[in-house]
Ligand binder design. Structure first.
Ligand code: ATP
Ligand code: MG
Length: 314
C-alpha cells in the first residue's frame, strides 16, 4: 500500500512556478529522500503534503485520504519536522513537548508517558527540565523532532533537520531516524546533503528547479551514469613508469577505461571486484609498487552533475 501518493503537484507563487508537476509515491515502511540544492522546491513540496498551504493544482493522497479535501484526517497520521524550528524558548524541553502533545489530543498519563519515551529517543532525558533557550542548535532540533513523534505517526516528514547543527547532534538525528524507520515508521526526508539521503533512504527523488528530475534506488540512480566504480591505485615514486603501465594495462582494458594521473593509476568498471586482481597484477608486473588501493563507488553527487551539469553544492 502507498503511504503517500503525489500526482502532478504544482505551486505557483504570483508568477513564479516553484513546483512544476511533481509526481511520486512512497510505500508504507519506506524511507524516501528528496534531494536538491537550495531553492529547488523541496520545502514547497513538503509544505503542500503537510497541508500548510494548498497546491495550485495536483493531488496528494495519504493512504486513501485526499489531503487537499480532508486535511484533518490525514494529519493524525503524520508527524512534521519543519525547516524552521518552532519552540517556546523560555519553556523547558519537557514543557515544549507537553504543549505539542496536547495539540495532538494527548493528555494525562498517556501524555506523560509519551513525553518520557520521546525524551529518551531524542537523548535529552537529562536536560528535560532545562529551558530550550539554553540549548545548542542541534539540541533544539532534537526537541523539534521529538514534538513530531509524540503521537507515534505512521509517516514522519522531515525538512532538512540537520542543517547548521553540530556533528554529534547530526549523528544522533540520523541514528534516530534510521531506528524509527527500522521500527516501521515511513519516512520522508529532505536534504541537500547526499551522504544523508544515501545513508537513510531506500529511494531518492532528485529535485531541481521545481522538477523531479530522477527517482529511484541509489543503484537505479547510479545506473543513469553507467554505474561505474573507480579503482584507484596510489603508486610509489621509485619504480613508477607510466608508459610501461599503459602498455601492460592495454592487454586487459580499453584505453578509455583507465587513466594515469600524477602518481595514481585508475580504472573504471561496473563490478570492480571482478577485475581487481588483473588490474593489480598488470600494474605490479612492470616492477611498480602500490602504496594503497581505493575503490570509489559512484555517488549521488556524480548523478546530479550528470543530470544537471552542476554540482549539488554550488
Ligand atoms: N511564499 C513564497 N513566495 C514566493 N516564492 C517562494 C515562496 N516560497 C518559496 N518560494 C520560492 O520557490 C522556490 C523554491 O523554494 P523552496 O523553499 O521550496 O526550496 P528548497 O528546495 O526548500 O530550498 P532550501 O534547500 O533552501 O530550503 C525558491 O525559488 C523560493 O524563492
Ligand atoms: Mg527548504
Amino acid at each position: 500500500m502507498n503511504m503517500l501518493t503525489v500526482q502532478d503537484l504544482r505551486k505557483i507563487f504570483g508568477k513564479f512556478e516553484a513546483v512544476k508537476g511533481v509526481s511520486f509515491a512512497v510505500e508504507k515502511g519506506e524511507s524516501y529522500g528528496l534531494l536538491g540544492p537550495n531553492g529547488a522546491g523541496k520545502s514547497t513540496t513538503i509544505n503542500m503534503i503537510t497541508g500548510l498551504f494548498p497546491p495550485t493544482s495536483g493531488e496528494i493522497h495519504i493512504k486513501d485520504i485526499d489531503v487537499v479535501k480532508n486535511q484533518k484526517q490525514a494529519q493524525k497520521w503524520i508527524g512534521v519536522v519543519p525547516q524552521e524550528i518552532a519552540l517556546y524558548q523560555s519553556m523547558s524541553a519537557r514543557e515544549n513537548l507537553k504543549f505539542w502533545g496536547r495539540m495532538y489530543d494527548l493528555s494525562g498519563s498517556a501524555l506523560e508517558k509519551s513525553v518520557d519515551q520521546v525524551l529518551e529517543i531524542i537523548g535529552l532525558s537529562e536536560r528535560a527540565k532545562d529551558k530550550v533557550e539554553t540549548f545548542s542548535g542541534g539540541m533544539k532540533r532534537r526537541v523539534n523532532i521529538g514534538a513530531a513523534i509524540l503521537h507515534k505517526p505512521e509517516l514522519l516528514i522531515m525538512d532538512e533537520p540537520t542543517v547548521g547543527i553540530d556533528p554529534q547532534s547530526r549523528n544522533h538525528i540520523l541514528e534516530t531516524v534510521k531506528r524509527l524507520n527500522n521500527e516501521g515508521m515511513t519516512i520522508i526526508y529532505t536534504s541537500h546533503y547526499m551522504e544523508e539521503v544515501e545513508y537513510l533512504c531506500e529511494r531518492i527523488g532528485i529535485v531541481d528547479h521545481g522538477e523531479l528530475i530522477a527517482s529511484g534506488t541509489l543503484s537505479e540512480l547510479r545506473e543513469t551514469i553507467g554505474d561505474h566504480s573507480k579503482i584507484i591505485l596510489a603508486m610509489d615514486k621509485e619504480r613508477f613508469n607510466p608508459e610501461q603501465i599503459t602498455e601492460s594495462l592495454t592487454t586487459f582494458f580499453s584505453d578509455k577505461d583507465f587513466q594515469i594521473q600524477d602518481q595514481q593509476v585508475m580504472v573504471f568498471h561496473k563490478e570492480p571486484q571482478l577485475i581487481l586482481t588483473d588490474f593489480i597484477q598488470s600494474v605490479t608486473k612492470t616492477g611498480a609498487k602500490i602504496t594503497s588501493v581505493d575503490i570509489v563507488e559512484p555517488n549521488l553527487e556524480s548523478v546530479f552533475l550528470h543530470l544537471t551539469g552542476r554540482n549539488l553544492r554550488d
